[in-house]
Design a binder for this molecule. Structure first.
Ligand SMILES: [Ca+2]
Length: 351
């Protein structure tokens, strides 16, 4: 068995288990990306007596008394409204992004904890009502606003949220997503990964939120990217014997949960290897559990494309790990892999 425990990970074991398992297929998914982030600085009004009235209309003056500034990525209880239940209003202006022919723009909510009604420029465009026992409180949803936006001027989003128990309000951010027309089943807005786009980097080129293994083979690339200005780059060469450079993030998980993982991937001269997008699992006592390999990842030289798979957490798992490997796990042996792979807009979402 090939041993590599420098970071406490028995890679030989994973490799053996993975070879033995049937591969799980990875689909190439339609192209969608965040074009605007509206997580911060909404005007907020706790409407205890239902006096909000016409505040969804653009002409309403939301700097009036009682309106404060709150964020849409934290519950209102965490922003000075602990103990408040009932209805509340959020308002935010934005300039419409330009949209190419045939593309769609989606107004995407990471999640709203409470029944919500959504207005654009004073017109109701939809609602998201929770089911029994609050079902849906943590689910993403979105609306196609392509033909509803006013071009060349500021547009107003207003959301009325009503909640009676627990935590309340918008708490996973709001994004505008450009898509190829398909309504995305999963929403970029509710990405669990920190810094999946690799834009947030410290002075030593360490991307915020990611754990690095064999940093010498890993880099943040300032010139190659799918969106923004940066991507994560991993290089492997045939002389890197016994090294599996990787970026990773980990999360607590519960058996039976389903997750979708996806990433934009680009490759150059990848030989005898597959640049790896992987999900792995550990038990509560730190043992590795088997996880299927993703089939369908690119080799050789290929341009940016989004790859996506849905996984189910196996019995006994307590930690889920998302890995970006400059992989040699799929290579014939540890010294066989070579090439460069870039990752951008990596996403993990609970289904
Ligand atoms: Ca990026």
């Amino acid at each position: 068995m090939f041993e590599n425990r420098r970071n406490g990970e028995p890679l030989g074991f994973i490799r053996k288990v993975m070879k033995a398992l049937r591969e799980s297929s990875l689909e190439v998914f339609g192209d969608s990306r965040i074009v605007e982030t509206l997580d911060k600085e909404w005007r907020f009004f706790a409407d205890a007596n239902n006096n909000g009235g016409s505040c969804f209309l653009p002409e309403y003056e939301s700097t009036a008394r009682g309106w404060l500034v709150l964020d849409a990525d934290r519950w209102w209880q965490e922003q000075g409204f602990n103990g408040y239940y009932g209805s509340a209003w959020y308002r935010k202006w934005f300039m419409p992004p330009t949209v190419a022919d045939g593309r769609r723009l989606l107004l995407a909510f990471g999640a709203v904890d409470g029944d919500s009604v959504v207005y654009l420029n004073g017109k109701k465009i939809g609602e998201h009502i929770l089911g029994e026992n609050g079902l849906g409180w943590d689910m993403p949803f979105n609306f196609d606003i392509t033909s509803l936006m006013l071009q060349g001027k500021s547009n107003l989003i207003a959301v009325k949220c009503t909640d009676t128990v627990g935590m309340s309000g918008m708490f996973k951010g709001v994004k505008i997503i450009e898509s190829d027309g398909a309504i995305v089943a999963e929403s970029i807005a509710s990405n669990m990964l920190v810094n999946g786009s690799f834009e947030d980097v410290d002075g030593k080129s360490i991307p915020k939120g990611w754990l690095l293994y064999y940093p010498g083979s890993l880099a943040i690339d300032d010139s190659v990217k799918y969106t923004g200005a940066k991507s994560a780059r991993i290089s492997a060469s045939k002389v890197d014997s016994g090294k599996a450079p990787c970026f990773r993030q980990e999360f607590p998980c519960v058996p039976g949960e389903k997750y979708t993982v996806s990433a934009y991937i680009r490759t150059e001269n990848c030989l005898n290897s597959a640049p790896f997008l992987r999900v792995a699992y550990k038990s509560a006592d730190g043992k590795w559990l088997s996880a299927p390999n993703f089939a369908g990842l690119p080799t050789g030289t290929s341009d940016w494309k989004r790859y996506r798979a849905t996984v189910t957490v196996p019995n006994g798992a307590a930690t889920l790990l998302v890995y970006l490997f400059g992989d040699y796990l799929a290579a014939k042996d540890a010294t066989d892999a070579a090439g460069t792979v870039w990752f951008d807009d990596v996403q993990l979402e609970k289904k």
